[in-house]
Design a protein around this ligand. Structure first.
Ligand code: ATP
Ligand code: MG
Length: 408
């Protein structure tokens, strides 16, 4: 989930801007915070752009730290929040399709030109309460358009990741992508191959953890980027499960839903999940959750035949609710059937405390051995099913199972 920036964020940013202004430097709010406010959304962070050079920023804010020295970005603390304060700059050529070879400190107007999309290129003067818009961003916000600043092919050639950013912003705000910008993405989609897997993974994570994840996936497929980012055949199945997930679904749930959308439940989904782990640089935690969700999802279609103990064990497993959320997105009848059954199971407890433990078994005469765990699980199954309901019954059953094991 995106963390919102409280009101105090804006106050902290205004405090920094005022100090820079009072020292004679042209200074504005820039980028996402300006866009978000115009969209009546709470900004997630405030970025400040200024004519002050890093050494001048350092003089005014002695504790400022330099981040990305080469780009003239300083981190300044105010009201206990850290802000990026960046010197107006224009970027030199991008020979690695990722970073400019060099930058030059420049004017606000040039700084706007080096930004990616018109909606991200508006400056705000919060004191005079006016916008300084050199790139037509205000108009595109009205038109609800993501449009590259300048010639889209050139801008994407400079930094290929901007193609994914275009899709992320358009899905997040439910904006269209300008025709020329979209055409350029389609033409240059192959170039994404040169981008690091890590950067691609980060963008995809941002897209799929947003409630509009279905739109993002559809757009990725439509523009032919899925083929590159996932290194697999392009797919034109509509991402319906993904689109229907509840808004706060986890990244792993979204990935599982998208895998099922692209492959169907019968496809080689576990192989695909392993492949995506590499392609999207998934963390171990996300990759493990993804696999578990896919497993539980498969098992849920056999819910009826599982029996009470297995149903209860599954229902209290981590990721159960996430797997069930996918069923909800694909098969309403099965979802309702399982939900009803769950409410019955809950009445007798999904994961009650065990009536006996290993020590008690040993005290009752069961030899410590590898069979101990097996006996405990069988007794717990009986407890879940309601066939034993107190310690005595549990021990009696355990001893009976133990004797059977000895005899066999
Ligand atoms: P979010 O709310 O997702 O953080 P944002 O617009 O703040 O959106 P950031 O990635 O934080 O996006 O970048 C801040 C600003 O820097 C952008 O609004 C844009 O003006 C500029 N920017 C960021 N990445 C690029 C890029 N790859 N190419 C050109 N400009 C960029
Ligand atoms: Mg930002």
């Amino acid at each position: 989930m995106i963390e919102l920036c409280p009101i105090i964020c804006r106050e902290g940013a205004i405090a920094i801007l005022t100090i820079l202004r009072d020292a004679g430097f042209e200074t504005y709010f820039a980028g996402g915070c300006v866009r978000d406010r115009l969209l009546s959304a709470a900004p997630t962070e405030y970025d400040i752009a200024t004519s002050a050079r890093p050494e001048e920023i350092k003089k005014l804010f002695p504790k400022a730290r330099s981040v990305g020295e080469a780009f003239g970005v300083m981190l300044v603390r105010s009201h206990d929040i850290m802000y990026d304060v960046a010197t107006f700059r224009s970027d030199g050529p991008y020979s690695d399709s990722r970073h400019p070879d060099n930058i030059q400190f420049s004017t606000a107007k040039e700084d706007a030109q080096r930004r990616d999309f018109t909606i991200n290129g508006i400056f705000e003067d919060p004191i005079a309460n006016v916008l300084i818009d050199y790139v037509g961003g205000e108009q595109d916000l009205e038109l609800r358009l993501v449009r590259a600043i300048g010639e889209p092919r050139e801008r994407f050639a400079e930094d290929h990741l901007r193609m994914l950013r275009a899709i992320r912003f358009s899905s997040r705000f439910e904006f269209s992508i300008d025709i020329d910008t979209a055409e350029a993405i389609r033409e240059l989609s192959n170039e994404l191959e040169g981008i690091s897997r890590e950067r691609i993974g980060e963008e995809i994570k941002k897209m799929l953890t947003h409630p509009n994840r279905g739109v993002a996936a559809w757009e990725l497929q439509y523009l032919g980027l899925d083929r590159i980012i996932l290194a697999e055949e392009s797919c034109m199945n509509a991402p319906t499960r993904l689109g229907r997930l509840t808004s706060n679904s986890t990244y792993a749930t979204a990935l599982a839903a998208w895998i099922l959308d692209r492959n169907g439940s019968e496809g080689a989904i576990f192989k695909v999940a392993a492949h995506w782990r590499e392609q999207l640089q998934l963390s171990n935690k996300v990759a493990n959750s993804l696999e578990v969700i896919l497993h539980i999802h498969q098992t849920l279609y056999a819910w009826e035949s599982l029996g009470v103990a297995k149903q209860k064990r599954l229902a209290s497993a981590v990721e159960f609710m996430n797997a069930l959320a996918i069923i909800q997105s694909e098969d309403r009848a099965t979802f309702i059937y399982i939900k009803r059954s769950l409410s019955t199971l809950e009445k007798t407890g999904l994961a009650p405390e065990r009536l006996i433990d290993g020590n008690e078994l040993i005290k009752s005469g069961v030899e410590p051995s590898s069979a101990l765990g097996e006996i405990l699980e069988a007794v717990y199954d009986a407890q879940l099913e309601g066939t034993v309901s107190n310690k005595e019954e549990a021990i009696t059953l355990a001893i009976a199972i133990y004797r059977d094991l000895l005899d066999s």
